[in-house]
Design a protein around this ligand. Structure first.
Ligand SMILES: Cc1cc2nc3c(=O)[nH]c(=O)nc-3n(C[C@H](O)[C@H](O)[C@H](O)COP(=O)(O)OP(=O)(O)OC[C@H]3O[C@@H](n4cnc5c(N)ncnc54)[C@H](O)[C@@H]3O)c2cc1C
Length: 686
């Protein structure tokens, strides 16, 4: 019996038009976008949207930020309603209406109102499926307990919010260290809950290179989040969770955030073809195996544009754009969807980390002869307030020099570098194009050669053999195979704080003076703070006839982060101490104020040792007995010194600012001033 005889029919077709009824199942990112786009394209078509949940077009990406109270008003998350869709777009929205089956022959969808139980038939000429996915709930004992949550809808958020307000949990376990898990760690911490993060992989954000996950790891540790990495959940009990290593973690709140599964029951029952990655198969017009049915969003699989491989990318950007294109094509358009790169970004407390295109491993797995470098460069000129290091890995194809991917992490300016690099990849730019990319610069925004340009220079230096380097992730294998002489070029204070056991600490100038003591036939591996001084020293050694010299790309910063996130089997890499941060009182920025500070009691009879770096640099470590007088306060300070013949030794980071300071003091009549150079040079004097 044809279904139509048994059920109410909404919006029966007028005979004379080809395209009368556009039906959409799913009313959030892809579905809502498709409905709005369809109306803008066609004023006459009847558009009906079925949404199983109580809300359409809500901002699911904003849910963690409301729970953490970064977003103050729940209503800000509601982007549209049944009424606004009708008033603005003449789209008939049926919320609380679950599509139950698709009759492809008669082109009708059967749906049930979940409140009234009433079943109805919705005819279509073209159908767009935008059903998204659902969070995976692992089949483990106790996951159905009332203190166990997932976050996907406004209802989920409200349930969690109520529970936190009413029950005031003190401890939470978040299972899953991906995007939503990490955002929720921050949100729960902001609600005053002590959080333990359990992640089955050996690192947080498994899609990131180890050293980039390492920066997030340190931030989580600084904020007191307990990490259980490489561990999986076995059971939830009333007051704890049990892990696969036999341990238990006390908790009164559990969030499961272990991935998303596409919602495919309807399409399976309708015998639509599935793809190779477990998603719904669509062609380049986002058409399923049924020419009248299109699909968009988390439920489909698409081409990763760099590798060409099929992937599932459950992200809001692609879902929205696919919704637009599916609408256009469902109405008879010819818009080809090229796929997506998978650009993504996450913020954890004050650190952001993101990626675009392929990871190094992803690029190699896809068959590219790929290489990579890491730089840590100022987000904007270091002398302008607020500058922070941006860490950037650039991945390229050695055969074509085309950029294949990038990962970026830092506290400032991460998003813009990811976006520039995503655009570069989309445009097929090479590392040489990137090196010459003309990006906007003024001190508050960038450097004349910002992180993107610098990464490209570094990549070219590696590609051409001008400056061979290895990555932190390759470090252990390199050391085991080549048994190099490892020289740590950092200043002795930084070296003492954390180092790789077995390395020699020789600052750059000392290195120059000791070249004849280094065996030329041996492989030499240079480690500097961030890789930059290692490159300079490498060129010096090459110029002096050393052949087998390598620089550690990204320097000790990269090595430490990789060790923190992933660890080394045979190497002992010292970690930087964690800082104590809380969500309410962030760590004070030491650069505020230009007061005078002393590293320890100055010697009354010896020379006055002046450190003219910023208070922040000074706080990181200084020459014993030095007093910190910023260059800007130097003249004022000098006026307080009566004895113009007093011996003064002045230094900074590199010798440049101290040379300026020395001139200043001499002009003021001081007769016995010496420029001690950089901190490296000063420490070498000891
Ligand atoms: C907490 C959270 C944070 C996120 N943060 C980000 C982020 O920062 N950046 C990012 O890129 N992505 C983020 N995402 C992912 C992003 O929201 C999704 O990729 C996007 O919403 C997918 O859109 P979609 O339309 O395919 O599916 P959805 O938005 O999930 O919508 C699918 C809708 O279909 C409905 N539906 C399913 N089956 C039926 C049926 N049979 N009948 C009727 N209706 C049905 C569902 O009820 C659902 O409302 C986040 C997701 C969540 C949950």
């Amino acid at each position: 019996m044809p279904l139509a005889t048994k059920y109410t029919i909404f919006g029966a077709l007028p005979e004379e038009k080809l395209m009368k009824n556009l039906l959409i199942i799913g009313g959030v990112a892809a579905g809502a976008t498709a409905a709005a786009r369809a109306r803008r394209l066609d004023n006459d078509v009847t558009i009906t949207l079925l949404e199983a949940g109580a809300d359409v077009s809500f901002a699911n990406c904003g849910l963690p930020y409301y729970l953490g109270r970064d977003i103050a008003y729940r209503s800000s998350l509601i982007l549209a309603s049944e009424e606004t869709f009708h008033d603005q777009y003449r789209v008939k929205v049926h919320t609380n209406t679950q599509a139950l089956s698709i009759d492809r022959e008669t082109k009708q969808v059967k749906a049930r109102n979940t409140k009234t139980g009433e079943e109805s038939l919705f005819p279509y000429d073209a159908l767009i499926l935008a059903q998204g996915g659902k969070p995976i709930v692992p089949p483990l004992p106790g996951v159905d307990k009332s203190h166990v949550f997932q976050l996907w809808t406004l209802d989920d958020m409200d349930r969690m919010d109520r529970y936190i307000t009413e029950k005031e949990p003190k401890k939470a376990v978040v299972v899953g260290g991906g995007f939503i898990g990490l955002e929720m760690v921050e949100a729960l911490s902001k609600r005053g809950i002590a959080v333990t993060l359990v992640e089955m992989a050996g690192q947080v954000m498994p899609n990131l290179e180890g050293e980039f996950a390492g920066m997030l790891t340190k931030e989580l540790q600084d904020y007191g989040v307990k990490l259980k990495l490489g561990k999986s959940l076995q059971a939830v009990e009333d007051t704890c969770v049990r892990l696969n290593d036999g341990t238990a973690v006390d908790t009164d709140f559990v969030l499961l955030s272990v991935g998303v599964r596409p919602t495919l029951q309807l399409v399976k029952e309708a015998n639509l073809e599935l793809g190779s990655c477990g998603g719904l198969k669509v062609d380049e017009h986002l058409r399923t195996s049924d020419p009248s049915i299109y699909a968009a969003g988390d439920m489909i699989e698409i081409h990763q544009t760099v590798s060409g491989n099929m992937v599932r990318l459950p992200l809001a950007g692609p879902a929205n754009r696919q919704g637009r294109i599916a609408a256009e094509n469902a109405l008879g358009g010819d818009h080809v969807y090229k796929g997506a790169m998978g650009s993504s970004i996450v913020k954890v407390f004050e650190v952001a980390a993101g990626s675009t295109g392929l990871s190094l491993k992803g690029a190699k797995d896809a068959g590219f002869d790929a290489d990579a470098v890491v730089v840590h460069k100022a987000s904007h000129t270091a002398y302008y307030p607020g500058s922070e290091k941006v860490s950037l890995m650039l991945i390229w194809d050695k055969a074509t020099k085309k950029v294949l991917g990038a990962q970026v992490a830092g506290r400032v300016g991460v998003d813009k570098r990811i976006d520039v690099l995503a655009t570069a990849i989309a445009g097929g730019l090479t590392i040489e194009d990137l090196a010459e990319l003309d990006l906007a610069y003024a001190p508050p925004f960038n450097s004349p050669n910002g992180p993107v340009n610098m990464a490209a220079f570094t990549a070219i230096n590696k590609q051409t053999g001008f400056s061979p380097s290895i990555l932190a992730q390759e470090f252990e294998q390199f050391v085991l195979e080549q048994t190099p002489i490892a020289i740590d070029l950092r200043d002795p204070i930084s070296y003492a704080k954390a180092n790789l056991r077995g390395t020699n600490n020789l600052s750059q100038n000392v290195l120059r003076e000791n070249l004849d003591r280094i065996p030329k036939e041996h492989t030499i591996l240079l480690i500097s703070d961030d890789g930059q001084k290692g490159h300079v020293a490498l060129r010096m050694l090459k110029g002096a006839g050393f052949d087998k010299v390598y620089n550690l790309s990204g320097g000790y910063i990269s090595l430490e982060r990789h060790a923190r996130a992933v660890g080394f089997e045979h190497l002992s890499v010292g970690l930087f101490p964690t800082e104590r941060k809380t969500v309410n009182e962030r760590k004070e920025d030491a650069s505020e104020g230009l007061g005078t500070e002393s590293a320890c009691e100055a010697d009354e009879h010896g020379p006055l040792i002046l450190d003219v770096r910023t208070p922040m640099e000074f706080a990181m470590g200084a020459y014993p007995g030095a007093i910190n007088v910023g260059l800007d306060s130097l003249a004022e300070w000098a006026q307080t010194i009566e004895d113009k013949n007093r011996e003064i030794l002045i230094y900074c980071a590199s010798g440049a600012r101290s040379s300026y300071g020395m001139r200043m003091l001499k002009q003021m009549g001081f007769t016995n001033v010496e420029n001690g150079g950089g901190l490296h040079d000063m420490m070498a004097r000891r």
